[in-house]
Write a protein that binds this ligand. Structure first.
Ligand SMILES: CC(C)(COP(=O)(O)OP(=O)(O)OC[C@H]1O[C@@H](n2cnc3c(N)ncnc32)[C@H](O)[C@@H]1OP(=O)(O)O)[C@@H](O)C(=O)NCCC(=O)NCCS
Length: 335
């Protein structure tokens, strides 16, 4: 279908006037929108237990207060006083210690609009896409796992956030806006009925449990509101493996208790297949259980057999298929 005829034009004050929608415009958020934005977000995520309920205050503290937040990228569709939907686009630094600290990436971090209003979803996506492209970015991500997690980390599907396929309407709007699926992830979860036994590796290792290294400002900001930790498996001076885990008390209202999420797991290739990962997962989950978690979650690549086997051993089962999307500017800059 040719969607060019549906393209909206700029109205007064740079706000977007959408043809055929009486008085609806899309413009940067204003603080008076926050409660209505949170309410729409909560309604959209009502049936997803691994998205934490949001309030206007949480929004201010955990999203808007970040140093790399740009209000121009948080776009709200309004009709009169009513908030119809919103989209959050950002240009933000990488967040993980192994990523290039100087690089910034453009992405759609969040999209909220009612099921059955695809045209509205598409308008929001197009507007966010145009704003990101106007910042000089040719490749845009949406709910992607690549290059970090600057916003909604821990609040939305754990520490490595992507978009579950249960949110079909979000994928529809992103797909209609030219964002192609380029990453697949399995979101697994386990019920913790008892504290798991700590497993031992086939080689002697010392396990060091400590707060995540937050020396990089963007790492600390990405985790605002959370206290992530790591457990390192040390064999002499070698770091044989590492696991990252974080408690998500914000999910208590939905799950009846906090959840523990595994956001990182890696075994040094020269120490693989010696039970290091199993020893690390058993310790992270046991720690979560001690801190009150009765659910554990993790996101991993869909086809990563080694990771799936490791998690299956502890009762993790596939729960959601999540997709990350990307848009690339057309060659030559035209549309
Ligand atoms: C996934 C990974 C952490 C496993 O580490 P490991 O220390 O070698 O794992 P373990 O020795 O503790 O083995 C755990 C289970 O995985 C299985 N496994 C490990 N490597 C495997 C492989 N390459 N192929 C198939 N199964 C494998 C083991 O047989 C064991 O299963 P079992 O309990 O049924 O016998 C490691 O391969 C890795 O670092 N991969 C790259 C990073 C990554 O993918 N991380 C996970 C992202 S969430």
């Amino acid at each position: 279908m040719d969607t060019r005829g549906l393209r909206p034009g700029l109205g007064r004050g740079g706000h977007l006037q959408v043809p055929g929608k009486n008085g609806m415009d899309i413009g940067p958020y204003e603080s008076r929108d926050l409660e209505a934005m949170a309410e729409l977000y909560n309604r959209q995520a009502l049936e997803e237990p691994h998205v934490a309920p949001m309030s206007g205050l949480m929004f201010e503290e955990l999203v808007i207060a970040k140093s790399y937040f740009d209000p121009q990228g948080l776009l709200v569709a309004r009709e009169g006083q009513e908030v119809l939907g919103w989209i959050h686009a950002s240009v933000a630094p990488t967040t993980e210690i192994w990523q290039d600290a100087r690089a910034t990436f453009a992405r759609i971090c969040m999209l909220v609009y009612p099921v059955g209003k695809l045209e509205l979803g598409l308008r929001l996506v197009e507007r966010a896409r145009d704003w990101l492209a106007s910042q000089g970015h040719q490749t845009l991500m949406a709910f992607h796992s690549r290059q970090g997690y600057p916003f909604y980390r821990g609040l939305w599907m754990g520490g490595e956030r992507m978009c579950p396929t249960t949110f079909v309407h979000l994928h529809a709007a992103l797909s209609a806006g030219g964002f192609k699926a380029t990453a697949e992830s399995a979101f697994l979860r386990a019920q913790l009925d008892r504290r798991p036994r700590e497993e031992q590796a086939a080689i002697a290792a010392e396990f060091v449990d400590e707060p995540l290294d937050m020396a990089r400002k963007s790492t600390a900001e990405s985790w605002r509101g959370f206290a992530p930790r790591t457990i390192k498996a040390m064999v002499g001076k070698d770091q044989a493996g590492i696991i990252g885990y974080v408690m998500q008390p914000q999910l208590t209202a939905k799950l009846g208790g906090p959840c523990v999420n595994i956001y990182l797991l890696a075994t040094n290739p020269s120490y693989q297949r010696k039970g290091i990962a199993a020893a690390l997962v058993s310790r992270a989950v046991a720690k979560g259980y001690e801190l009150g978690a009765r659910r554990a979650t993790v996101g991993t690549q869909l086809g990563n057999v080694a990771a799936h086997r490791t998690y299956e051993r502890f009762g993790f089962k596939p729960y959601r298929l999540s997709i990350g999307r990307e848009w690339n500017a057309p060659e030559g800059g035209g549309e």
